[in-house]
Design a protein around this ligand. Sequence first.
Ligand SMILES: Cc1cc2nc3c(=O)[nH]c(=O)nc-3n(C[C@H](O)[C@H](O)[C@H](O)COP(=O)(O)O)c2cc1C
Length: 244
Amino acid sequence: MKTSELLNIVLVIILIVVLIRYNVNDANGEINEASIVNSTAVMDSLHVKKSVGKRPFLFPMPVGIIGSYDSAGTPNIMAASWIGIVNSKPTSIGVSLRPATKTYDNVMRNQAFTVNIANEKLIEYVDWVGHYSGRDINKFDVLPLTPVKSKLVNAPYVHEFPVVLECRVVRTTNLGKHTHFVGEIMDVKVDTAILKADEIFVDINKLRPVMTGHGSGYFGIGDNLGRGGKVYQRLGITPEVESK
Ligand SMILES: Cc1cc2nc3c(=O)[nH]c(=O)nc-3n(C[C@H](O)[C@H](O)[C@H](O)COP(=O)(O)O)c2cc1C
């Protein structure tokens, strides 16, 4: 066989492979654009996916400090990242705690807890109270933090933390390793220094909240990326349907 014939065969094979890959419509010769988009995305090396198994990945993760009392009325705090707002009416937050923690016992007993939101200056305390257990040490005895008894729920909040949510437990679900407590938020207290002019909303740039990323440590906030309800308009995609 001549070299030119061999080259022709190779070219034909390549053409067939390309046609199969791009899913050419045999009937009218049109190319299926959706499959080209998908194929392009798959080929885009930035988006080549690797399975990393079942992991609690959610980025970023908040970190709150859970305040509670034990049976003797001793205040305790622990760090918790497995938290999040779960309902708007009644306004509620979910917190997942392991029974190994003293906080779990306290919250079970009193059916109440606080969530204290840290700023960047408090990050060492966040990490500290997430490291030691109130079963072994009274954290407020050794840390320069001040427990304040909530007037609304049977739990302490931390004076030095800029945002505080006072919660009463309305639902408890054993999920396995963690037990999920849903707390109705009875009130939120915010340092006046970080409130916006409307005196309700928090100025995030003044708060300087912290977050965690699994295995990546703690992070502060980055740039403001735009106003909710405006940012989507940058896409310029406006279907004839009502936005909800
Ligand atoms: C950033 C961070 C987040 C944490 N998140 C959780 C959590 O969501 N649930 C949990 O059970 N433990 C969590 N922990 C571990 C507890 O804070 C830790 O076990 C603590 O010592 C428990 O304190 P306590 O026994 O005084 O309640 C976290 C720790 C850190 C540092």
